[in-house]
Design a protein around this ligand. Structure first.
Ligand code: NZQ
Ligand code: ZN
Length: 389
């Protein structure tokens, strides 16, 4: 564990089948004017909306709503929410949904009292909030992003073809999150699988960086093994509570700042995936899956030891006198086999990318420097081309 850091995560978690019971107690801590934020209707279909509405009524809250938060929430939707929140003097935001609803609510929380243009301030200039921040609580319905216990808020701007995440600090992270694995049971299989890969890739993005002996890597290996195990069960038996509950808990710990400690962290698969998302509006986890193997095969020579360790520790491949290169290749082959088995989209063509988009996607890819190799534009284009069918 090289380096110096302070560690604190302010989000309180309530986990399990009965966890919604804690909402009433939590709501007592916040103002009367509640803004209920949700997606395109899954919570109405499942009955969760009615349960939440009854609790809010019981707590005598004045409720305003922002319905219809879309997957990959847009800047226009953010502006719409700001107006509703201002008009209703919202004092607390209750996000009920997946990562998009949670992210959106956090973006809203720093924008309601902001005098500047939030897109320019937070997503172009990457400034931190100076205004009053409206507290957020989450009831999560989809496992994947970790948004329930982190400061991330990704917003898409279709006009400028950019999808950008701002990772805000402790005071923007949800005050509490309710994680009931039963709520994830109504997810379409495509979304469940996309979420599983999102979790896996969050762990990879942190694991594939640094060369020191680091506790975070051992935790990451455990999380990956649990996820691989439970994903197989969940794909063949989606109603399996044990598997779905493990997946939900793993998602939270994969991206709640824990396994980033002592790591430089990579995040280039996410930068590539987000740029693909800006052009196609494709499902987040699938954009990551579609670019991952070309990316990892490209950087593998620069982080060979870690890729060899990934093969033996995560995929159980025996060393058997093999070279690091052989082990690393076998590890990525095992990962590819698993990805195909669970049904991920393995190329960006199937997500709607055409040859004519490649240059623009490369321009929209932010280049970060925490991984084993800092890419240049030509390498990004090469990886994108190798990710086509
Ligand atoms: O809108 P509704 O009707 O609720 O339907 C949603 C949506 O269509 C549906 N869904 C969610 N829970 C459901 C359900 N359908 C049936 N039953 C349920 N229980 O699933 C669809 C996808 O939901 P969404 O919230 O978009 O998915 P996800 O959780 O993957 O969130 C994706 C967003 O999070 C960002 C992504 O970029 C993307 O914008 N990310 C946020 C991160 C963070 N905060 O740290 C990190 C991630 O890497 C990611 O970038
Ligand atoms: Zn992600």
């Amino acid at each position: 564990m090289l380096g110096n850091f302070g560690y604190h995560n302010p989000t309180k978690l309530y986990f399990g089948e009965d966890s919604l019971g804690y909402l009433k107690d939590e709501l007592k801590n916040y103002g009367e004017n509640v803004l209920l934020v949700y997606g395109g209707g899954s919570i109405k279909k499942s009955g969760l909306y009615d349960d939440i509405a009854a609790i809010l009524k019981d707590c005598k809250k004045n409720v305003a709503e922002v319905p219809g938060v879309m997957p990959n929430p847009t800047v226009e939707k953010l502006n719409e929410g700001i107006e509703i929140a201002r008009k209703n003097r919202s004092e607390f935001i209750l996000a009920v949904g997946g990562g998009s609803v949670c992210d959106y609510s956090k973006a809203l929380s720093v924008s309601i009292h902001c005098n500047d243009d939030p897109w320019q301030k937070y997503y172009i200039r990457f400034e931190e909030p100076e205004c009053e921040i409206v507290p957020v609580g989450c009831v999560l319905t989809m496992a994947g992003t970790g948004s329930e216990m982190n400061g991330g808020a990704v917003i898409t701007n279709h006009e400028s073809k950019l999808k950008i995440g701002h990772v805000f600090g402790d005071d923007v992270m949800p005050k509490f999150s309710i994680l009931n694995p039963l709520y994830t049971m109504t997810l379409p299989k495509y979304q469940m699988i996309a979420g599983i890969y999102d979790i896996f890739n969050h762990i990879c993005e942190q694991y594939f960086s640094g060369e020191d002996d680091n506790t975070s890597d051992y935790i990451s290996e455990g999380l990956m093994k649990s996820l691989i195990h439970s994903s197989g069960i969940a794909v063949s038996d989606p109603q399996n509570y044990e598997a779905r509950s493990n997946i939900m808990w793993t998602a939270t710990w994969a991206l709640n700042t824990l396994i980033a400690q002592g790591k430089s962290t990579d995040w280039m698969v996410h930068m590539l995936g987000q740029a693909v998302g800006a052009y196609t509006d494709a499902t987040h986890g699938m954009t990551l899956a579609a670019v991952s193997l070309p990316y990892y095969r490209h950087i593998m020579p620069y982080g060979l030891k870690k890729f060899a360790r990934f093969a033996t520790e995560v995929w159980g491949i025996s060393k058997d006198g093999k070279s690091d290169k052989q082990l690393a290749d076998e590890g990525l082959l095992a990962m590819e086999k698993w990805m195909k088995e669970i049904g991920l989209v393995m190329n960006i063509t199937d997500l709607g990318v055409t040859n004519g988009m490649i240059e623009g996607i490369a321009d929209a890819t932010l280049i970060l420097d925490g991984g084993y190799k800092v890419l240049d534009r030509e390498e990004i284009i090469g990886i994108l081309r190798s990710s086509m069918k």
